[in-house]
Design a protein around this ligand. Structure first.
Ligand code: ATP
Length: 235
């Protein structure tokens, strides 16, 4: 579904990604794990067109998307839930969700997707008229995921969904992510600091170190790998 081949990304003169290659198959949950500053967010931002690579290629469903503008990439079916959520605090929950549908014109489809998101996250339905800024951290994460889903993505990019959340809320969000993957056939590319949680939820994983992919394996194999356990799982 998605293929990155040898991508290099720079911020000015600083090279953040060095020849990153990876692939995501339709229907899977892929996770990218790595320490702070390894380049995980940069990889997601390269895919969604926010920081275009200087070299290499990114293909989505067989089509070259390298260098395409972010809104064009959303239109093709890729939505990103950014790190830190970035919801609109002054807008209501419902208005925040509608922002995710800004490229769509099918009013009925939008309304039915909004209902689907309220079923997935009943708390958002209860708070639909409240300003987004009044929600708790976990609810804001749900809203950010709901907003991304309003674009009806086939590939959802999730950047650190557990950040700053209590374990119970994190678990809830991970369960919903798995429901979206299984029952709604949305492919998921998950970036997480919490490698333990991510590898338990994902089918396959990539390990990123200093902007380079150093390992690619089935998630279960990474969980049992002693080097991974020592470096990322605190075992
Ligand atoms: P974290 O978990 O801390 O978000 P990460 O693995 O997502 O880490 P990135 O945020 O992708 O890592 O950062 C990769 C490298 O690029 C780091 O060295 C970081 O300092 C650098 N970097 C990220 N954003 C910028 C920027 N806007 N300008 C300059 N350097 C940046």
């Amino acid at each position: 579904m998605l293929e990155l081949e040898g991508i290099d990304v720079f911020y000015g003169n600083i090279q953040a990604l060095h020849g990153v290659s990876l692939s995501v198959r339709q229907g899977e949950i892929i996770t990218l794990i790595g320490a702070n500053g390894a380049g995980k967010s940069t990889t997601l931002m390269a895919i969604s067109g926010i920081v275009p690579p200087r070299r290499g290629s990114i293909r989505f469903e067989g089509r070259e998307i390298t260098g395409m503008a972010p809104d064009g990439i959303v239109k093709l079916g890729i939505s990103q839930v950014p790190e830190g959520r970035h919801i609109f605090p002054e807008l209501s929950v419902a208005e925040n969700l509608d922002m995710g549908a800004f490229l769509r014109r099918d009013t009925r489809g939008i309304a039915s997707d909004r209902d689907f998101i309220y079923q997935l996250f009943p708390i958002l339905a209860q708070r639909r008229n409240q300003p987004g800024g009044n929600l708790s951290g976990g609810e804001q994460q749900m809203l950010a995921i709901g907003r991304a889903l309003m674009a009806r993505p086939r590939l959802l990019l999730l950047d650190e969904p557990s950040m700053g959340l209590a374990p119970l809320v994190t678990r809830q969000i991970f369960e919903i992510m798995q429901t979206i993957n299984k029952e709604h056939h949305t492919t998921i590319f998950l970036v997480e600091q919490n490698a333990n949680l991510a590898l338990r939820a994902a089918h396959r994983g990539y390990v990123l170190e200093n902007g380079r992919v150093v390992m690619r394996e089935r998630a279960a194999a990474l969980l049992n790998n002693t080097a991974i356990q020592q470096a990322y799982l605190g075992i």
